[in-house]
Design a protein around this ligand. Structure first.
Ligand code: GUN
Length: 287
């Protein structure tokens, strides 16, 4: 079998177009412009790139972007004071603190200081609990993007065997929860899982989110399975820097029924979902 390529870039463009339409209506009918505040602490090069892309796309869909860049040695007190100010600013509907934070800052404390209604990352303990109990919440952007592509490809996911590889709070755990809420039979595999290849081989849906370049090969994949590759890994090959996923693309694409490429798969969906979450937060705040 040669897999259908799930085009995340095109999917994300479509999501952004819909978001832009919502933004236009909010402006024209309610006189409200959704606003997203992004906070970056320090100079991590990858984080700087992500924050720049988020700001650019926020403006492109017609929303207001507020960027706050703080020095790497910013105190927890100063960061919490900024978040408090953003929580109380009616022009700000979404707040995102870019992770990872420098090690002297307590990420859990910082995330939980964001107002849950403005937590467009869906990382606040309150949103995690709401998602876990199947209630209306803010849903983390990367898993939400994966779910949208899976629903688009399959229609109903009910009864499917899903294996999520990776147990991070940002992707693995919320992804598993979303798949469970869609009535999949869900397994979370991780670095300590025994016979991981055999576990993955049972899956109709594989979501790989481990951050290990090309760990999953075609030999792990069941014939016709759908492979969602969340990994974005920079490797050196043939003297060049290359972006690869957590799945070895060529061998997995030979066996899978559908697969997301890297780049151009899950990556573009993350920011598109962030924009969608910001509009959602804005609508809920004004209803
Ligand atoms: N760092 C890597 N992914 C994310 C994300 O989805 N949100 C935030 N805030 N930081 C990240």
């Amino acid at each position: 079998m040669s897999a259908k390529v799930i085009d995340g870039k095109a999917f994300a463009a479509n999501v952004r177009e819909k978001v832009a339409g919502h933004v236009t209506r909010l402006k024209e009918e309610n006189g409200i412009t959704p606003g997203l505040a992004v906070v970056l602490v320090g100079e991590d090069p990858a984080s700087q790139v992500y924050v720049r892309m988020k700001g650019k796309q926020t403006v492109e869909v017609g929303m207001n972007s507020y960027e706050h860049k703080l020095d790497a040695d910013t105190s927890e007190e100063a960061l919490l004071a900024l978040i408090d100010q953003l929580n109380n600013d009616p022009a700000v509907h979404g707040i995102l603190v870019q992770l990872p934070l420098p090690s002297h800052l307590n990420s859990d404390l910082v995330i939980n200081s964001i107002s849950p209604a403005k937590d467009v990352d869906g990382f606040h303990t309150s949103n995690v609990g709401l998602l876990g109990t199947g209630q209306k919440s803010m849903v983390p952007c990367t898993p939400l993007g994966c779910l949208m592509m899976l629903r688009d490809h399959h229609g109903s996911l009910s009864g499917m065997n899903a294996v999520v590889i990776g147990r991070s709070n940002i992707v693995g755990k919320p992804m598993a929860q979303l798949l469970l809420n869609d009535s999949c039979t869900v397994t979370i595999a991780h670095s300590r899982t025994k016979n991981i290849q055999d576990v993955v081989k049972q899956a109709d849906i594989v979501v790989a989110a481990v951050g290990r370049p090309e760990m999953v090969t075609g030999a792990w994949i069941k014939d016709g399975a759908t492979v969602i590759d969340v990994g974005i890994n920079r490797i050196e090959r043939d003297g060049k820097t290359k972006l690869v996923g957590d799945c070895e693309y060529d061998s997995c694409a030979e066996v899978a029924g559908a697969i997301t490429p890297v780049p151009g798969g899950v990556g573009p969906m993350t920011i598109a979902c962030l924009l969608a979450n910001t509009v959602t937060a804005c609508c809920r705040a004004n209803n």
